[in-house]
Write a protein that binds this ligand. Structure first.
Ligand SMILES: C[S@@+](CC[C@H](N)C(=O)[O-])C[C@H]1O[C@@H](n2cnc3c(N)ncnc32)[C@H](O)[C@@H]1O
Length: 253
């Protein structure tokens, strides 16, 4: 997959993307990441990429001309390339969107700064606007890296089997059905500062371990994310039975 990131802080993106899964995915050729310095597309000798807002007020606005020139150069000759703008008022980024993007051959991410980009960029250049959440960050570089990371780890063979994304929260596999949070994990030692790993995880009975994990996922989702829980209702008979057993054991304690 090819991803082009347009930014006024290219080193910040390059450096963060050089480590861990993003670094490995690039080294193995599964991710073709191209980071573009927007200043290279500035149209004046000061290499400006922003200017004061029409109508007055605080803050600067990113100029349309460098953004159009950069994206046109990046997408020249290609038919339809999604152009994503990271914006606090965009659609909320979710695992569903990460999965959608992981199916694209390529896409572009524009990182905003200051007050954001000239509205005409959003009207005529951008095809999708994505927010990380209801808070305001200084720039679009961190959101771009978050999107890139979430998408890259879904690409085929980027994660080893041991790191499979299907079992994770919001995954698609059996134990990580859509909208279900992941179960707790434990590693050695079996007892740490008086806290014991549940016996069921230590006895090697795979069917019982799977049931325990599923139950924990259900309970966690119900407790922590009532919004996701509502989407799971009505529960399957099998899930309802797991919960009934859990309630009976918990109440019986
Ligand atoms: C300081 S913010 C601009 C905020 C904008 N004036 C507003 O009130 O919505 C600068 C840039 O950071 C990025 N950004 C900030 N918060 C974000 C968020 N929650 N999600 C995605 N991008 C964000 C956007 O690219 C934005 O253009």
């Amino acid at each position: 997959m090819r991803v082009d990131i347009v930014t006024v802080f290219p080193d910040m993106v390059r450096q963060a993307a050089s480590a861990s899964i993003l670094g490995r995915a690039q080294a193995s050729g599964k991710l073709d990441l191209r980071v573009h310095d927007l200043r290279d597309y500035a149209v004046n000798k000061h290499r400006s990429t922003d200017d004061a807002p029409f109508g007055g007020g605080a803050g600067m606005v990113m100029l349309p001309a460098p953004l159009f020139a950069c994206v046109e150069a990046i997408t020249e000759g290609a038919t339809t390339v999604p152009v994503i703008y990271t914006a606090p008022d965009g659609e909320l980024f979710t695992q569903r969107i990460a999965r959608e993007l992981s199916g694209e051959e390529r896409f572009v991410i524009l990182c905003g700064h200051y007050e954001g980009v000239d509205e005409r960029v959003r009207q005529a250049l951008v095809t999708r606007e994505i927010s990380l959440g209801d808070y305001v960050l200084t720039g679009g570089e961190l959101p771009a890296l978050v999107i890139l990371d979430a998408v890259t780890r879904l690409l085929p063979d980027v994660l080893g089997n041991a790191e499979s994304p299907h079992e994770e929260s919001f995954g698609t596999g059996e134990a990580g059905a859509e909208s279900l949070l992941e179960y707790p994990h434990y590693t050695r030692p079996a007892e740490f500062r008086g806290m014991r790993v549940p016996d069921i995880l230590q006895n090697g009975h795979h069917a019982n371990i799977a049931k325990w994990r599923r139950t924990q996922s259900l309970v966690r989702t119900r407790e922590r994310r009532p919004d996701l829980w509502q989407k799971l209702l009505p529960l399957s008979k099998a899930d309802q039975k797991l919960l009934d057993v859990y309630e009976a054991e918990t109440n019986g304690q």
